[in-house]
Design a protein around this ligand. Structure first.
Ligand SMILES: C[S@@+](CC[C@H](N)C(=O)[O-])C[C@H]1O[C@@H](n2cnc3c(N)ncnc32)[C@H](O)[C@@H]1O
Length: 316
């Protein structure tokens, strides 16, 4: 049907408007596509980072906020008298990430707890690189500590003790190998720290670092502290794991009660949920605690810090 003159005039008048509407429509489509692509670009890294560090498929997240890391840095600085703790925590975070990515299983605990232990221990300048971990689980944290001791410029030697009920010898050895621990510089002692045979084997040397993370009952923690007292090198560092963890009240109960007694352990402070102690040199004659907690007088010759003969130059 032919268009009326009114329609023709209207169409002619509106023609530029139509063109403008078409142009705008095209532009909106282009912007929509661009927006979608930008959204994909911003969401994908967040999602991928969450896949690598988030809680999906694992027990607890490895994501940590800057404010939490700075709060930890303040704690490490107080305990280790190290003003530059933040950078050490950042480096420890990369170690945690790398070891868990490569290993079988996990390190126990929230990231703050793991990082606090990894970063604080070398800053406390242990007197030698002999590390004892009571309660190793998958062996992954022990591998991280060996790495940190190397970073402190010390040659590490690693002794781990565990009854291996929640993991296996194969897994512990694989994790230590994946962490780069030399098999000739580590020993895995299967059993409980309270076992006399285990203690005899462990007590053949003085340790610069002792990590108590086995049986968390108050009685067992007290027994581990008594044992640690006998085998810690002068100046040695003892980590009392989960000290302020409300899930394990026995740790703090035993630790506090132990430290009020006759001990050469000095309380240095708490980072995240770990208490750090330092063993004072053993005086020439000292009353060492017996396994039943009573005193035993003994003549000892260790009176000063161990010579740092095996100390390597500090890598930067
Ligand atoms: C919390 S997990 C250790 C986690 C490990 N230190 C880490 O940071 O990944 C506790 C471990 O202690 C071990 N354990 C329990 N009682 C023990 C004992 N009396 N002596 C040695 N290890 C013990 C358990 O088998 C378990 O593997």
């Amino acid at each position: 049907m032919p268009r009326s003159w009114v329609q023709q005039i209207t169409a002619r008048a509106l023609s530029p408007v139509h063109k403008e509407v078409l142009d705008l429509r095209t532009e909106v489509e282009q912007l929509r596509a661009e927006l979608q692509s930008l959204r994909r670009q911003t969401q994908a890294p967040g999602y991928a980072v969450d896949l690598l560090l988030g809680a999906q498929g694992r027990r607890s997240t490895r994501l940590i906020s800057e404010s939490r890391l700075r709060e930890l840095a303040a704690q490490v600085s107080r305990v280790a008298l190290a003003p530059d703790a933040y950078g050490h925590l950042v480096q420890a975070y990369r170690t945690l990430f790398e070891l868990e990515l490569r290993g079988v299983g996990r390190m126990a605990g929230a990231p703050g707890n793991v990082l606090g232990k990894l970063a604080t221990t070398p800053l406390l300048d242990p007197p030698n690189g002999e590390i004892l971990e009571i309660g190793t689980l998958f062996g992954m944290f022990a591998g991280g500590m060996a790495r940190q001791i190397s970073r402190a410029g010390l040659g590490y030697g690693l002794t781990v003790v565990d009854p291996l009920e929640a993991s296996t010898e194969l897994v512990v050895r694989e994790n230590l190998a994946l962490a780069g621990v030399d098999p000739s510089r580590m020993r895995l002692i299967r059993g409980r720290s309270s076992d006399r045979g285990v203690q005899a084997e462990v007590a053949d040397r003085e340790y610069g670092v002792i990590i108590l993370d086995g049986d968390h009952s108050a009685a067992a923690v007290a027994a581990d502290l008594r044992f640690a007292e006998r085998i810690a090198a002068p100046g040695g560092i003892v980590l009392l794991d989960d000290y302020t963890d409300r899930n394990w009240p026995g740790v703090q109960e035993a630790g506090d009660s132990y430290l009020t007694g006759d001990t050469r352990f000095e309380f240095l402070g708490v980072v995240a949920t770990t208490a750090f102690l330092r063993a004072q040199p053993i005086p020439a004659v000292i009353t060492l605690p017996k396994e039943d907690g009573t005193g035993l007088s003994a003549a000892r010759s260790r009176t000063g810090p161990a010579p740092a003969g095996n100390r390597l130059p500090r890598p930067r």
